[in-house]
Design a protein around this ligand. Structure first.
Ligand SMILES: Cc1ncc(COP(=O)(O)O)c(C=O)c1O
Ligand SMILES: *[C@@H]1O[C@H](CO)[C@@H](O)[C@H](O)[C@H]1NC(C)=O
Ligand SMILES: *[C@@H]1O[C@H](CO)[C@@H](O)[C@H](O)[C@H]1NC(C)=O
Ligand SMILES: CC(=O)N[C@H]1CO[C@H](CO)[C@@H](O)[C@@H]1O
Length: 396
């Protein structure tokens, strides 16, 4: 609904179709009151969803035909872009809000406001879920955030506060500003409350993936997978999914896909972050020097730390490789993916080549290329002429 492209509504339709065919336990009450044959054969015999929260999760798992054929491995992608807000962050936004409701920290339709510092997908998901559940969202972001993101947040009814770019140790940095605003709201109102969502440290982050994304992948593959590979922003996805799958899938390898400039690759390979100096606050403002958005980081977050013992290996991906892969997926499969998804696929192919044919590799399409038109895709060059890219020319 948010991205008005035909592809996202198609994907949403696909998501609902897969839900019907692959989640029998959820559907048992539906099936009891309707013909089983009918619900299995007719993709339109779906039950009615009750608002946005009902649409979050249960995303399809899709085989990538070109990459599977080229590597001899079965390469599968969890389509997180099929969530109603266009990314896996819908799961986190819903989990954070429901968690806070259970703890009695916020109440719907009482003027409570959810504050977050984010220039990424989390703000969009929070803005959407807040409106669906009777809250307001207040998003702090760096003033150089792209105008289309700011527009989207505002059209979703969020208050957007632009703060001057600053490092994480600075009080006026956007995440710190969101924390301050929530506290100020609390202090100044006796009737309503402020909640700081805190996606990087909030435990609802990885548990949402432990409770939902991991079990969905397990069911969809019937537990038959050899590798799970994805990037880390907060680390919630890789931690939650690997903590769920590792004990249940014997021999599973969990692999981190890391963009250039991120310290996590070295953390996994050598046990140390890339650059200790950065912790002293001397780092450049752009923590990670890459075109890729949403993954790659140079500090250790709690959500990454809870899963790092479950990560077996890491693959580094350059921007150049990610850009070429993004084009490759459009030209060969009609898949228009975002930058972090392109990184995931480069890493999946590199890992497939390392372990050889015959394995099943699961990765993630985090969001659509539509979110990345003005930055990543702008640098992708012309797409759609000759189908000329082969995998060898992508991997450096
Ligand atoms: C587009 C995109 N891809 C991937 C991720 C990584 O997810 P996680 O925060 O669970 O590590 C994010 C998170 O910020 C993102 O915005
Ligand atoms: C706001 O107040 C509630 C209830 O007093 C408290 O639990 C919460 O931690 C406060 N939040 C902030 C951001 O100060
Ligand atoms: C995950 O499941 C546990 C146990 O049922 C529950 O306590 C927790 O709140 C759930 N968390 C999320 C984010 O769904
Ligand atoms: C159950 C569990 O281990 N929860 C942890 C999740 O991560 C937060 C910090 O992000 C910890 O405080 C919790 O103990």
């Amino acid at each position: 609904m948010l991205q008005c492209s035909p592809s996202s509504s198609l994907l949403l339709g696909l998501a609902l179709g897969i839900l019907v065919s692959s989640a029998p336990s959820l559907l048992s009450c539906f099936r009891e009151s309707s013909s089983k044959d009918q619900s299995e054969n007719d993709p339109d015999s779906d039950f009615i969803k009750h608002g946005i929260p009902d649409l979050i999760g249960h995303t399809p798992l899709m085989q990538i035909q070109s990459l599977s054929a080229a590597t001899g491995c079965t390469i599968l992608a969890k389509l997180e872009l099929a969530n109603p807000g266009g990314s896996a962050k819908d799961r986190i936004a819903l989990a954070i809000i429901e968690h806070a409701e259970q703890k009695g920290l916020i109440r719907p339709h009482s003027g409570d406001v959810v504050y977050e510092g984010t220039s990424g997908s989390t703000g969009i998901s929070l803005a959407m879920v807040c409106r669906a559940k009777g809250y307001r969202a207040h998003i702090c972001l760096p003033s150089d955030t792209s105008v289309e993101k700011i527009n989207l947040l505002e059209k979703l009814g969020a208050v957007v506060e632009k703060v001057p770019p600053a490092g994480i140790v600075d009080k006026r940095q956007y995440v710190n500003m969101a924390r301050t605003r929530a506290a100020q709201h609390n202090a100044s109102s006796s009737t309503s409350r402020g909640l700081f969502a805190d996606q990087f440290e909030n435990e609802a982050n990885w548990t949402a993936h432990y409770n939902h994304t991991g079990p969905e992948i397990f069911k969809q593959t019937q537990g038959k997978l050899d590798v799970f590979i994805t990037g880390a922003g907060t680390g919630g996805t890789i931690s939650g999914v690997s903590r769920f799958l590792k004990p249940r899938v014997p021999g599973l390898k969990v692999v981190l896909a890391d963009p250039q400039g991120s310290g996590l690759f070295n953390k996994i390979k050598r046990g140390v972050m890339f650059d200790v100096v950065e912790r002293e606050g001397t780092r450049r403002r752009h923590q990670v020097d890459t075109l890729v958005e949403g993954i790659g980081i140079n500090r250790l977050t709690k959500n990454f730390a809870v899963g790092s013992a479950f990560i077996d290996d890491a693959v580094r991906v350059t921007d150049e490789e990610a850009l070429a892969m993004a084009r490759y997926l459009v030209e060969n499969d009609g898949i228009f993916a975002g930058s972090s998804s392109a990184v995931n696929f480069v890493a999946a192919v590199k890992y497939a080549r390392k372990i050889g044919p015959g394995h099943t590799i699961v990765t993630v399409i985090c969001d659509s290329g539509a979110r990345h038109l003005s930055k990543f895709w702008k640098d992708a060059g012309s797409v759609g002429g000759e189908i000329g890219l082969d995998l060898d020319s992508i991997l450096k």
